[in-house]
Design a protein around this ligand. Structure first.
Ligand code: ZN
Length: 85
């Protein structure tokens, strides 16, 4: 009977440990991402990109800088269509 209690205790300790390690990993993964810049530092832009593979077009209206790197679609960089005013 005592053995069972000990093993249950060890099992619970293991579960707790795995849970803690998992949470720590999750936290370190999320903290490695750069924090989003304050909205005041975002640039209002108006550019259109087209996917050269499937033809999808999208409009970019907000970016951290005036000339953001082109987004990717179908594993290819999208092509700048034309700045819209
Ligand atoms: Zn595409």
């Amino acid at each position: 009977m005592f053995d069972t209690i000990v093993w249950v205790g060890i099992g619970l300790a293991m579960v707790w440990l795995i849970w803690k390690v998992g949470l720590g990993m999750l936290r370190s993964m999320t903290s490695s991402l750069p924090p989003p810049p304050p909205s005041g530092e975002m640039r209002r832009i108006n550019v259109r990109y087209r996917c050269t593979v499937c033809g999808m077009e999208l409009k970019l209206t907000l970016a951290p800088d005036q000339n953001p790197p082109p987004p990717k679609h179908c594993l290819e960089e999208m092509q700048l269509v034309a700045p819209v005013d």
